[in-house]
Ligand binder design. Structure first.
Ligand code: ZN
Length: 81
């Protein structure tokens, strides 16, 4: 399984370089891969998905979705207290 060396940041459109080194045995589904955006300095934690021919763009939109879910969960926890 391959993960991109860099992705396009969906926030600012610049390149985000991979921070995480590939494991010796290679990437596996469910691994977390971190990227750092050169433009806005945002960090992206992506989850390796099943290799079904998806483009890197799809990879990014999935990450943005995951982040939105995490953020909404965080908000809900705050309200409950
Ligand atoms: Zn950015």
């Amino acid at each position: 399984m391959e993960v991109p060396e860099e992705i396009i940041c969906v926030d600012c459109g610049q390149s985000a370089h991979r921070l995480t080194y590939p494991p010796e045995e290679g990437w596996e589904v469910g691994d977390i891969v971190a990227y750092r955006c050169a433009g806005c300095n945002d960090r992206w934690d992506l989850i390796v998905e099943e290799d079904d021919g998806q483009t890197p763009d799809h990879f990014v939109s999935y990450a943005a979705e995951a982040r939105a879910i995490l953020e909404s969960r965080r908000d809900q926890k705050g309200d409950a207290k």
